[in-house]
Write a protein that binds this ligand. Structure first.
Ligand code: UDX
Length: 439
């Protein structure tokens, strides 16, 4: 295990990859242009919430296998393999991904590469990017064509990032040479020995595996949420429907959870960037269904607001709304494209007095939405509420006692945006219980 790895970009993906690779025994240097982030990581202080990651970070800082820097010179000098883990956010006002950070990384690193190494892209990118970057790397590196590119998409989920990094479902590697493949086989040898499938392909296939996986997952969620719309109209119960569908092996129960739909830093922007790229390739029709997937997802948020307003007799004015959840999903403090905050700000805009509580995402929510009011606990957020909205299904919200909560609110109205509660239990405690997709 001679290789020394750098991980460029220390967000959710990069910080997790750096710490986990160090834990596997590699010497790892994490690189970021954000001085503050690097200072925090160097102190063993994770800049975001991710269960189980901080002990791994600290352990490997202490044993000396993991370090952090802001210097590309140091990175180029150090690494045999350089992982690119920078973000590809949605461009403001467009569907396409903003490739600036990926391009900047290559432009900063390439002129400093004076010996053979492999640069490995992990960021989610439009198909065709790897081909373009490979040319750019060779042209700009003093070492020329002994600097090789590989594409190795990452499938980790926030909240399960450590597990997904150390025990992935599969490893996908896009390469143009046997040498790059060999180097990555060595990097992932322990996982391959554990039986993780190692799929080698060309560049565009590797890039497409990632975006098509996310497109499929988003489609599955919007499918069940479309069924929820039909269920509401037909007085059927989408949770029973979903359960019954899940026993069909060909369908499966994962990502068939009906509710407020998907958010986060990946699924929404990835399906939009995928549509934009398909348009550029002249095959936009092939992905026109993703427009519907996106539209169904957005409609759930509108429906949630409508249901809450209905329960209040048609208006939010002068009414107090207790919102449980701000993160885009449980076990995360990420609020990017959070359905919960979208609903909360929409109700606030319609005149409701909204108080939000989340176990981990409050700080991020406060920074992004200073106009909302925040509670210090679930009980605090629902104090005096005319309606309670469960928007992120944290375990502590699932376990709330309807009697205890009932003591704090002004009126016992609840909308379960994640189908996370037992309706009978809440109704028995005198609550008017409503949910998305249920009678
Ligand atoms: C996703 C992909 O799962 C991961 O493979 C990829 O690398 C990045 O994008 P992540 O964004 O961390 O990961 O979250 P994920 O667990 O996939 O959930 C996405 C969204 O879908 C969340 O908002 C979640 O609440 C929602 N969801 C998920 C549902 O609404 N219903 C479900 O049944 C499952």
């Amino acid at each position: 295990m001679a290789q020394r790895l750098t991980v460029i970009g220390t967000g959710y993906l990069g910080a997790t990859h750096a710490a986990c690779m160090a834990d596997l025994g590699f010497e790892v240097l994490g690189v970021d242009v954000d001085v503050e982030k690097i200072a925090r990581l160097t102190r063993g202080d994770l800049p975001f919430y991710e269960p189980g990651l901080e002990p791994i970070l600290r352990r490997n800082l202490e044993n000396g296998r993991l370090r952090f820097t802001t210097s590309y010179e140091e990175a180029a000098e150090f690494g045999d393999v350089h992982f690119i883990c920078v973000g590809t956010p949605q461009k403001p006002g467009e569907y396409a991904a903003d490739m600036r950070y990926v391009d900047d990384t290559v432009d900063s690193l390439a002129p400093l590469l004076t010996r053979a190494c492999v640069v490995v892209g992990k960021s989610t990118v439009p198909v065709g990017t790897a081909e373009r970057l490979a040319r750019r790397l060779t042209e700009r590196s003093p070492a020329g064509d002994v600097v090789e590119l590989a594409w190795n998409p990452e499938f980790l989920r926030e909240g399960y990032a450590v597990e997904d990094t150390l025990h992935p479902d599969r490893l996908v590697v896009g390469v143009q040479s046997d040498r790059a493949e060999k180097v990555l086989r060595e990097v992932y040898a322990s996982m391959v020995a554990d039986g993780v499938p190692f799929i080698v392909s060309d560049f565009p296939t590797a890039e497409l595996v990632k975006v098509s996986a996310n497109a499929f997952l988003a489609t599955k969620i919007s499918f069940i949420n479309a069924m929820a719309e039909v269920c509401e109209a037909a007085h059927a119960d989408v949770t029973k429907l979903s359960e019954a569908l899940s026993y069909d092996d060909r369908i499966g129960g994962k990502f068939l959870g009906p509710g407020l739909g998907f958010g986060g830093g990946c699924l929404p922007k990835d399906i939009r960037a995928f549509m934009a790229r398909a348009g550029e390739l002249g095959v936009d029709q092939a992905l026109s269904f993703l427009r519907e997937v996106d539209a169904i997802n957005i409609r759930r948020r509108i429906r949630m607001v409508d249901l809450a307003r209905e329960l209040l007799g048609g208006s939010f004015i002068g009414r107090t709304v207790g919102v449980l959840g701000a993160a885009f999903k449980p076990n995360s403090d990420d609020i990017r494209d959070s359905p919960a905050l979208d609903v909360a700000t929409s109700i606030r805009a319609q005149g409701g007095q909204v108080t939000v509580y989340d176990p981990q995402a409050l700080e991020n929510a406060r920074r992004a939405h200073p106009d909302l009011t925040y509670g210090s606990s679930a009980m605090d957020a629902v104090d005096g509420a005319h309606v309670v909205l469960l928007l992120t299904e944290w375990k502590e919200f699932r376990e709330l006692d309807p009697e205890v909560l009932g003591g704090a609110v002004a009126e016992r109205n609840i909308v379960d945006g994640r189908n996370a509660l037992d309706p009978e239990r809440w109704r028995t405690a005198g609550w008017q219980y409503r949910a998305l997709g249920r009678p």
